[in-house]
Ligand binder design. Sequence first.
Ligand code: ZN
Length: 175
Amino acid sequence: MKKYKNKLMIIFVALLSVFFLSTPVFAHYLSTGYSVYSVSYDVEAGSYSVFDDPASWWEEDVGTNFYRSSYSSNDVYLKSLAYSWFGLYSPTVGSDGNTDFFDIYVNSESIREDPEHYDYVAAYKSSATHEFGHALFLDDLESGWGDNSIMSYERDRNTVTHPQPHDISDVKSYQ
Ligand SMILES: [Zn+2]
């Protein structure tokens, strides 16, 4: 009986430590991501480089196989849209809870209209890197993160275009 109790105690402590250790990492986790291993995309509108550069940065930094393919179901667009948001990640989730495919929009209109964006091409790429971050299961960081994450709403989109160290370690922890 004592042995059994000890075993239960060990299991309890193990579960507790898993909970506490995983909380900081998974606080930024977005359950509707696509894959941390392989992400294809088809550029439906806009110049390839707006998406190809962010894709290659992610591939270099976290090792995810990122590639453009006209056969991909994941459609990405650089488009002038009458919305205030700069970018949108729109996943289609199957009945199993997994994301079957996604659409990404980078809104050239709202990005160019914001006077803070003196380098709007950089801001397009910053947005594309951010939206690809959602496909890699990264959630938005709405405040308190400044320039320290590509997922930060407060980042300077003229200069913060690449995944940041915090983003890289989060994605690697999901692999
Ligand atoms: Zn976002």
